[in-house]
Design a protein around this ligand. Structure first.
Ligand SMILES: NC(=O)c1ccc[n+]([C@@H]2O[C@H](COP(=O)([O-])OP(=O)(O)OC[C@H]3O[C@@H](n4cnc5c(N)ncnc54)[C@H](OP(=O)(O)O)[C@@H]3O)[C@@H](O)[C@H]2O)c1
Length: 258
């Protein structure tokens, strides 16, 4: 039985990953102190100023313990030179992982569909879905598919040394998202395209930590530049089944938008 440390087991992806690994017969550990009793390691700390220190400590401990493989949840556009804090932190951690003496797989998902849950209450109240996307498509991905890919990268062979960009099955606009939510809830929902100037106070005035306001505004800048339009087939290649689409996500979360 493969023994897996899930460092980040309570996260959006991590909680699904624990179920996925157990359903595939793995022995799951969630305490970093168990490092010497595991074969493979998943690493994902929450975004924030402690992220690089927390994840590099797990990577160093994994290398020291001689584990067979580390799977890192990163992000599309990870780059140590990125002006977006989370993409920069991921880039720095990926660099650290490349230099560590441990076989590794890096997963770089696109925009999570679960980000939409942050505005679900507003959609329910107003029937409006405002966002500064300039009508661009986003190949958004369901975190359940990210977790299934992580389980495959951890348990299956042939992935070591790979970096996979993970996307949903197609690019969708926020108008498509609004239509999917309307179908799922039976209530009218309209998307509203904001300009960058209209959106800025929503990020800056929301009481968020500075790095998070910068990250969110920056992500929409990447969207407006078409940076999330590309669709990859890696979810199906890794898991053997097609990625979930926005319709499935909206149906499964209809209550949150109602
Ligand atoms: N949102 C997106 O569109 C998107 C897209 C691509 C990549 N990503 C990346 O995905 C990662 C996030 O994945 P996720 O959503 O599965 O993880 P998450 O929910 O942020 O949690 C990851 C782990 O961080 C710890 N944690 C959670 N909340 C915390 C808090 N408030 N303070 C301190 N620690 C906390 C927990 O670890 P312990 O249980 O060990 O304490 C948790 O298991 C980020 O690195 C992000 O950059 C996100």
């Amino acid at each position: 039985m493969t023994r897996v440390l899930v460092a980040g087991s309570t996260g959006n992806v991590g909680s699904h990953l624990v179920r996925e690994l157990r359903s595939r017969g793995a022995e799951v550990h969630t305490a970093a102190e168990d490092m010497h009793r595991v074969d493979r390691v998943y690493v994902c700390a929450a975004d924030g100023p402690e992220k690089v220190a927390r994840e590099t400590a797990v990577i160093d401990a994994a290398a020291e313990a001689g584990v067979e493989r580390v799977v890192k949840l990163s992000a599309m556009h990870a780059d140590p030179a990125s002006p977006l804090p989370a993409y920069r932190w991921h880039g720095e951690i990926e660099d650290h992982l490349r230099k560590a003496e441990v076989p590794a797989v890096v997963l770089r998902p696109a925009f999570f569909m679960t980000n939409l849950l942050m505005v679900a209450e507003g959609v329910a109240q107003s029937g409006m879905l405002p966002a500064p996307t300039a009508g661009r498509r986003i190949a958004m991905i369901d975190v359940r598919d990210v977790a299934a890919c992580a389980a495959a990268a951890i348990l299956d062979e042939g992935h070591e040394g790979q970096t996979y960009d993970l996307t949903g099955p197609s690019g969708v606009t926020f108008a498509d998202v609004a239509a999917a939510i309307a179908d799922a809830t039976g209530r009218p929902v309209r998307s509203l395209d904001l300009t960058e100037e209209q959106a800025r106070p929503r990020f800056e005035g929301a009481g968020l930590p500075g790095w998070l306001a910068t990250q969110l505004a920056g992500v929409f800048g990447v969207i407006r530049a078409g940076g999330f339009e590309r669709v990859t087939g890696h979810v199906e290649a890794l898991t053997g089944r097609p990625a979930r689409d926005i319709g499935a996500f909206a149906r499964d979360h209809a209550a949150a938008f109602s």
